[in-house]
Write a protein that binds this ligand. Structure first.
Ligand SMILES: [Mn+2]
Length: 195
């Protein structure tokens, strides 16, 4: 069974089109109008081995907030849809990912219980004109719409680019592990029988 999903989401604030394949090789075509987010989402696809085609056009003249939040909604929704009933997956994904001096710790449970714990201290520095505070909004929207429990903790880091590169690569490795098919898992990995 193909684990793919597509989404077209249009509001007065953003227009987003996503195609995602969980069993890809990490090919991506990403254009969000925010080059730093393009870079982060390309890293996510590459290191999660997810094929991702993502185009977004948002009201960037108002603020980057709408677009970044809606990217999280779109990615979370497509991930959830691509997983279907979640039968046979590993469910839990963990990573401890270094990027030079930065170290990010990520734990993910494809639980059906949306929750985000986000502890990333980055010194409140902007990246050109992009405010990394918005990345918390991205992950909150992702967790709620994917229906996952997601813990993101920065263990160490000084350079703001390294910090978010570690976060997105670590997120990718946790997703890769959690969505992986477990050959010994014969059903839905929960004692409740539903996720
Ligand atoms: Mn980089």
């Amino acid at each position: 069974m193909k684990r793919t999903a597509q989404l077209k989401r249009n509001t007065k604030e953003t227009q987003i089109a996503v195609t995602l394949n969980l069993d890809g090789t990490g090919k991506s075509s990403v254009s969000t109008g925010i080059e730093f987010m393009d870079h982060m989402l390309q890293l996510f696809a590459r290191h999660g081995k997810i094929d991702l085609d993502l185009k977004a056009k948002g009201d960037l003249g108002v603020d980057y907030h709408h677009t970044v939040e809606d990217l999280g909604i779109a990615l979370g929704t497509t991930l959830k849809n691509a997983l279907g009933d979640k039968a046979g997956i590993k469910r839990y994904g963990l990573s401890l990912l270094p990027m030079d001096e930065a170290l990010a710790q990520i734990a993910l449970d494809i639980s059906g219980r949306p929750y985000l714990v986000y502890d990333v201290e980055y010194g409140k520095k902007k990246i050109i004109n992009f405010d990394p505070q918005l990345i918390e909004e991205f992950f909150y929207a992702f967790a709620v719409n994917a229906g996952v429990t997601l813990h993101i903790k920065l263990v160490a880091g000084k350079n703001v680019h390294h910090i978010f590169e570690a976060v997105f690569k670590g997120f990718a490795k946790a997703v890769e592990m959690a969505v992986a098919i477990d050959k010994r898992e014969k059903g839905i990995p929960s004692t409740k029988g539903v996720l």
